[in-house]
Design a protein around this ligand. Structure first.
Ligand SMILES: [Mg+2]
Length: 240
């Protein structure tokens, strides 16, 4: 690591980044893993796209897809088995996914922020294990000391709050949400960031365009993580 100055005291204390559509695209590895889980356990075809939307948490995706494919709610044990089967398949699907990509500017941004003393965390609807399986192929796990996950809560605002608490646990003090940037590619991500009082940053690198994201009322909208982020222009691949 090169010797550089610390982040100015006015910069965010922490930045939280969503995984799918924000840092990486798995090229459908998640959807194929869900399909494998339902096919293996219940011999039913399950298209999560028909029963869920992007930005939903994994437990909700599992519940909704179970309901859609089998016509009833899963029991707790059935839900646990579906999640386990999904996780069992995910490493294979990620490793062999032809469409897997690290999204433009992602690694540059998190590397620069880490070097300058900004805590970098994950905020995702994915189960904790699933998030890190997805990041393994890109070798990005080493940048993330903490996070908030779909396994913490089905509610995205609540799991975002948990991530901010965990950033505070590292520093040994309570962090004000207004000192945290939350970056995501869906209106759900923006709504969660706003609900907790964080600085919300929408990035149009997933399924939603700039105008779709703007309607959710974020503080900032970017085309990609290469774009300069207000207050953190120096960290972006294209500082502007
Ligand atoms: Mg996403």
């Amino acid at each position: 690591m090169t010797l550089v100055g610390d982040l100015e005291s006015t910069g965010p204390v922490a930045i939280l980044l969503d995984v799918d559509g924000t840092l990486i695209s798995t090229g459908g590895a998640g959807a194929r893993s869900w399909r494998w889980a339902f096919d293996t356990l219940y011999a039913v075809p399950a298209d999560i796209g028909a029963f869920s939307e992007s930005g939903m948490t994994d437990p909700d995706v599992a519940r909704g897809t179970f309901r859609g494919a089998l016509g009833r709610d899963p029991t707790e044990r059935e839900l646990a088995r579906v999640l386990a089967a999904y996780l069992q398949r995910l490493p294979h699907e990620v490793a062999t996914s032809e469409g897997y990509t690290v999204l433009p500017g992602a690694e540059h941004l998190i590397r620069r922020l880490s070097e300058r003393g900004c805590l970098v965390g994950v905020v995702t609807g994915a189960l904790e294990a699933a998030a890190h399986i997805k990041l393994t192929r890109a070798d990005l796990n080493r940048f993330f000391a903490f996070g908030g996950y779909g396994s913490d809560s089905s509610d995205r605002a609540e799991l975002t709050r948990r991530a901010i608490e965990r950033a505070g646990a590292i520093l040994g003090r309570r962090i004000d949400a207004a000192d945290v940037y939350v970056v995501g590619d869906t209106p759900n991500d923006i709504a969660a960031a706003r609900a907790v009082g964080a600085v919300s940053v929408g990035v149009a690198s997933g399924h939603y365009g700039v105008d779709d994201l703007r309607r959710a009322g974020p503080d900032v909208v970017l085309h990609s993580l290469e774009d300069p982020m207000p207050g953190l222009e120096w960290a972006s691949a294209r500082p502007g």
